[in-house]
Write a protein that binds this ligand. Structure first.
Ligand SMILES: *[C@@H]1O[C@H](CO)[C@@H](O)[C@H](O)[C@H]1NC(C)=O
Length: 414
């Protein structure tokens, strides 16, 4: 190809100008480097979709081939053979989950606009603004440290109350070996005062001490403006094997959990939601350890086996759990020097009961012979019962249950 001298000179000039501009913005503002980092992270997280569904709540759900899900970025899972079903499921006393006050099925909002084909799994697509809300790209999808609900046997001491911390109202069992847990959780949409606070209702499967090597598997519903950019109530899971430090994440935001189900998306909005003195909706969650392979499985409702956390992710939990907790957690950032008004559960205290206060019913544990059992010696814990409280109960239909939650700031919780 012929090229005269003039255009060659002109082109070099272009490149020179481009370099000056590019280096200028990249080093000058620091923004571009962060953007570049965010883009790279999004490229890693968001997998190629064979179909995408727009949910009415603004989410995009990508249907990703099972073999291309984030779990398989993990070096230990490169040669893993997916287990398409558990070898055993726990057998128990409350296998049914009867709807209370409504015959409608609980679904996820994106189902209104489509479904994912077999052989794929639905994954909520991560947006640039989702990652930008995190304190750093590395912390995106991770819990802040020190969010471990640690029941204290002693009476509450005022100086133990952490005004800047996480607050809980939980029921728990400890002192045995546990191989899983189950609960049916009332679903509400608590209001959140500050975008950096959250409100969640979940179960915890815990192994090890509360030191730096705590193992935890968690599942339930949450409202977290920081993580999702809205106030919707969403299904979530969490895992860590080092007390929320380097390992683990929410949902599929890191490699670990292997999903096999094509109907339920982690992190997607739940629909419908309970309303005051009106229809009540609840979700059942069961997490148990497969005695044969040692993997921890999760089931949502009666029909959806979501997938599993491979045993190798954990240290203590590769054997069994030493503690199970059920209940609510909120972040109290006390940003205006007062207690947060972020609600837990329905935002109402346990005394108000059904249709007003939020509940967990049929709380159960899985024992060493893979049976669902009513837990014995259930303890309760809350940092400040005047802000968020819990009340245990027991009857034939609901088994072991409790009401929990509260409004946060009020006359008795300034
Ligand atoms: C979430 O709710 C709070 C108050 O409850 C409101 O101030 C905020 O604008 C809401 N955020 C979004 C993204 O809707």
């Amino acid at each position: 190809m012929f090229m005269d001298m003039k255009s060659r000179v002109f082109c070099w000039w272009c490149v020179y100008l481009f370099l000056i501009l590019y280096l200028g913005t990249a080093t000058g503002s620091g923004m571009s480097r962060r953007n570049l980092e965010v883009m790279k992270h999004l490229n890693r997280l968001n997998k190629p979709a064979i179909k995408s569904i727009e949910s009415p709540d603004g989410d995009v759900i990508d249907c990703v081939l099972i073999s291309q899900q984030p779990a398989f970025d993990h070096p230990f899972l490169k040669t893993h053979t997916i287990q398409m079903r558990p070898n055993y499921s726990p057998e128990g006393i409350f296998s049914e989950t009867k709807k209370v006050g409504s015959s409608e099925e609980i679904i996820q909002m994106w189902h209104m606009n489509g479904r994912c084909p077999e052989g794929t799994i639905p994954i909520r697509r991560n947006r640039e603004e989702d990652v930008l809300r995190a304190s750093s790209v590395k912390r995106y999808g991770k819990k802040k440290h020190r969010s471990i609900p640690r029941p204290r046997p002693a009476a509450p001491e005022p100086d133990l109350i952490n005004q800047n911390g996480h607050q809980h109202a939980i029921a728990y069992v400890e002192g045995d070996q546990y191989y899983g847990a189950k609960a049916t959780i009332n679903v509400w949409d608590p209001s959140i005062q500050q975008p950096n606070e959250f409100s969640l209702s979940q179960l915890w499967i815990l192994g090890g001490s509360f030191a730096s090597d705590l193992n935890s598997i968690e599942a339930g519903w949450q409202v977290s403006p920081d993580l999702y950019g809205d106030n919707n109530t969403r299904l979530f899971t969490y895992w860590t094997s080092d007390a929320y430090q380097a390992t683990g994440c929410y949902n599929l935001l890191c490699s670990g959990f292997i999903q096999i189900n094509n109907e339920i998306a982690m992190g997607a909005s739940i629909y419908p939601i309970s309303s005051y003195l009106n229809n009540q909706y609840d979700i059942s969650i069961l997490v148990w350890k497969d005695p044969k392979e040692g993997n921890w499985w999760m089931q949502f409702g009666n029909d959806y086996v979501l997938g599993y956390w491979p045993a190798f992710l954990f240290s203590y939990l590769s054997d069994s759990a030493s503690m199970i907790e059920w209940g609510g957690e909120v972040v109290n950032s006390a940003s205006d020097g007062q207690h947060t008004t972020t609600q837990m559960g329905s935002g109402r205290f346990p005394e108000e009961g059904f249709g007003k206060s939020s509940y967990f019913r049929n709380i159960q544990i899985v024992d060493e012979s893979n049976n669902l059992r009513t837990p014995k010696d259930v303890g309760i814990f809350t940092e400040q019962s005047s802000c968020y409280d819990i009340q245990l109960g027991r009857n034939g239909e609901w088994g072991n249950y409790f009401y929990y939650g509260g409004p946060g700031r009020n006359a008795n919780c300034p």
